[in-house]
Design a protein. Structure first.
Length: 261
């Protein structure tokens, strides 16, 4: 019973000190903006212990470390009017020397400044590319978008990191792209076949020309004396062969038929 008599005053004292104490503590991840009789100072106060005049002054803290905003299935339009759904994460930092200016102008810095500014920039950048680019040249397009977002020029905050997690194309576009790719592959295959057939035809032409030239050379080099000599030499080889059989050779008026046993 005696404990409750002391506990209630202690709680009330704690509540009073929490709301009406002249001491405020700002951690090293934030800066403080003083508000005096409703007027916001544009001079940032760094982290540490701060003194305020109760009922007259208060402070508003602004984070200055990297914050990450996640956009899930944000609708954007491509250059050719297709609606895409994008999952993207963007890391940003409020500029330390502009934190109070941002608070003065926007009050809710995240909802009124950061979020709509980044969303607008995303839609503007995605509108620069065709829908098929996000399928056929996705890596290249993503790199350009990330680079453009990271170089976004805003007086109050800066983009420090961008991660495009997913780009969802309409189902009918995906099917059309797949049909296009299939047709392209088939055309390339047919081109390969045609090139192969063309090379084969050229090879046969060269081969035929070679045979014709060979025949021409042989025909020009053959004479009657050479043929007789070749005829006699061949017959002699056959006659000397123990396995020779009876052969009746063709002959003309100047060559007698020869029989070899």
């Amino acid at each position: 019973m005696n404990l409750s008599k002391f506990l209630i005053p202690l709680i009330l004292l704690g509540v009073f000190l929490a709301f009406f104490s002249p001491i405020r503590i700002v951690d090293n991840r934030k800066v403080a903006c003083y508000i005096t009789l409703g007027q916001i100072s544009d001079k940032e106060s760094g982290p540490g212990v701060k003194l305020v005049i109760p009922f007259i002054q208060s402070i508003h803290t602004v984070p200055i470390t990297t914050q990450v905003i996640h956009f899930k299935k944000i609708p954007v339009l491509s250059n050719d009017g297709l609606q895409l759904l994008v999952d993207i994460s963007v890391g940003y930092k409020i500029k330390q020397d502009k934190a109070c200016d941002a608070f003065i102008e926007y009050r809710d810095i995240f909802e009124n400044l950061v979020k709509p500014t980044i969303r607008s920039a995303i839609r503007t950048l995605f509108a620069q590319f065709k829908g098929t680019d996000y399928y056929e040249k996705r890596q290249e397009v993503e790199q350009q978008i990330v680079k453009a977002l990271e170089s976004l020029d805003n007086p109050y905050f800066e983009i420090v990191q961008v991660n495009i997690r997913n780009i969802q194309l309409p189902e009918e576009v995906l099917k059309a792209i797949e049909r296009k790719i299939t047709a392209k592959q088939e055309a390339e295959r047919m081109q390969y076949v045609l090139e192969k057939e063309k090379l084969e035809a050229e090879r046969k032409i060269v081969e035929a020309r070679g045979l014709a030239e060979s025949q021409r050379i042989i025909n020009n080099s053959l004479s009657d004396k050479y043929l007789r000599w070749y005829y006699i030499t061949t017959m002699k080889e056959l006659a000397d062969n123990e396995n020779s059989k009876i052969i009746i050779m063709p002959y003309d008026q100047q060559m007698l038929p020869l029989m070899v046993k």
